[in-house]
Design a protein around this ligand. Structure first.
Ligand code: DX5
Ligand code: ZN
Length: 227
């Protein structure tokens, strides 16, 4: 059976009560916590950094899934590893040396993810699959929560799923396929059918008073999907 993971994005949480919000969403059934880092340079918004990651770490025992929307990337990687991040993903456009950044993340004991904007080609994966633990497909342009789903992401997810399955047949190694942007109860089954196994959801989960009800509905929608 395919194992699915739900990674609520705390970008849509109440920043004045972040520890409590993170704890609550884990109790509600979150598998990971998605942590959006924006630098007002690579993306036109400014959010949270390693100090906040470190502050949240003792509140949750699930993996912290750090999504770096920053340029440059390398300087900040060790800080996030020290702050308790488990997965660190970055955009190829944010790094001058993608292969080196992937190694840097893994050398610091974290899983490494590569993130693809709506117009970014999957060809960045061609020569680095051995160093990638997670592929993250953006279904919105990065920078803000609460945007609309870009349907072309489904095409890219199918292509990424093919690459990952082929790689697994050859090596036996598992690579996660995550999707980020406007994932909701209504579209999660279609997104999973296109190949995603890990789902970031910000506004859909934190925008509803009952986080557990939303996560339960998402899991119910995923129940019959196999890759
Ligand atoms: C967007 C962020 C997302 C965002 C998703 O740049 O990377 O993680 O929080 O929010 P929703 O689920 O509201 O689209
Ligand atoms: Zn994100």
């Amino acid at each position: 059976m395919t194992q699915f993971r739900i990674s609520p994005s705390i970008l849509s949480a109440d920043f004045a009560r972040l520890g409590e919000e993170a704890r609550n969403v884990v109790v509600a059934g979150a598998d990971w916590i998605h942590f959006d880092v924006m630098d007002n340079h690579y993306v036109p918004n400014l959010t949270i950094g390693p100090l906040v990651c470190e502050a949240i770490r003792p509140h949750v025992d699930v993996p912290i899934d750090v999504h770096l929307m920053v340029r440059p990337v390398d300087r900040i990687v060790p800080d996030f590893a020290k702050a308790g991040a488990n997965i660190i993903s970055f955009h190829p456009e944010g790094s001058d040396h993608i292969d080196r950044t992937l190694s840097l993340i893994r050398d610091h004991g974290c899983k490494a993810g590569l993130v693809f904007n709506p117009a970014t080609s999957l060809s960045y994966l061609d020569y680095v699959m051995d160093k990638v633990d997670l592929v993250l497909i953006m279904s919105v342009n990065p920078g803000f929560g609460g945007q609309s789903f870009i349907p072309e992401a489904l095409v890219k997810l199918r292509e990424a799923r093919k690459r990952i399955n082929k790689y697994k047949e050859r090596t036996g190694r598992e690579i996660h396929l995550e999707v980020d942007g406007s994932v909701k109860v209504e579209n999660i089954a279609e997104i999973a059918a296109a190949g995603a196994d890990t789902f970031v959801a910000g506004s859909a989960i934190f925008g509803a008073p009952d986080h557990k009800a939303v996560i339960d509905k998402m899991r119910a929608a995923l129940a019959h999907i196999e890759h």
